[in-house]
Design a binder for this molecule. Sequence first.
Ligand code: DGL
Length: 264
Amino acid sequence: MKLGVFDSGLGGMLIASAIRDQFADIDMLYLGDTLHLPYGNRSAETIFQYCKASMDFMFAQGCRLIIVACNTASATALRRLQQEYLPERYPDRRILGVVVPTIEEALDKGYKRLGVIGTNYTVSTNVYEEELKKLNPEIHIKQQKSPLLVPLIEHGGQAWLDDVMDHYIEPMISGDGLEALLLGCTHYVLLKDRLRAHYGFDVMSQDEIIPPKLVQYFDNHPEIYRDLTHNGFSEFYLTDINENYQQSASEVCGVDVELKLAEL
Ligand code: DGL
């Protein structure tokens, strides 16, 4: 069986690539719901329905475990997927998100002044602040909706990225400053080097967080790891494909990627 990685678009390929670096031989299936991208401005019910259709596709293709790499989907739909959808449709399969492992990492690091950036939807759910404060009420969190970053990354707006990042981040570092900035969106992995070069705080990037957390998960759930096949295959599905995606997907993965169309 396969390990699935799901995102609303191509950004999750950065997480899939990092997982591939950690696990060279497990068979992986990636699905990006490009037909419905971006999720960040949609309603909770719509995001849940889109996720459900995507999970159906991935489980039908033989996924044992699916990582929802999209922060917007993890923040919005994951609980319902785990509590309503899985028991009814696929009780023996598993779905994990990226919010809980990222929160665990922030707590392990002991940060007290943490910034969070994400899509409008992710920040408005308040999921990072609520969950972190539940476990450590002393953490001081500054959040910032950063809706322009994904379109700039997706549409070749690199020349404006530094200015836009400054625009979002300067207000967060006024006063006491930040010890660390949590990148709460798949696409922001691409910004981590710029952020590290420009600012003095630590940068929490999910491509560095998720693979070691998955190692721990498999240690605790050897029965899931055992069910995965180990031929080193990667399959990449999108719900809509154009030439742009073809080129971006190969750039993100660092190798030529054959994209297949998923009809949900
Ligand atoms: N993949 C989404 C996330 O991680 C960002 C893009 C979107 O809005 O769909 O939040």
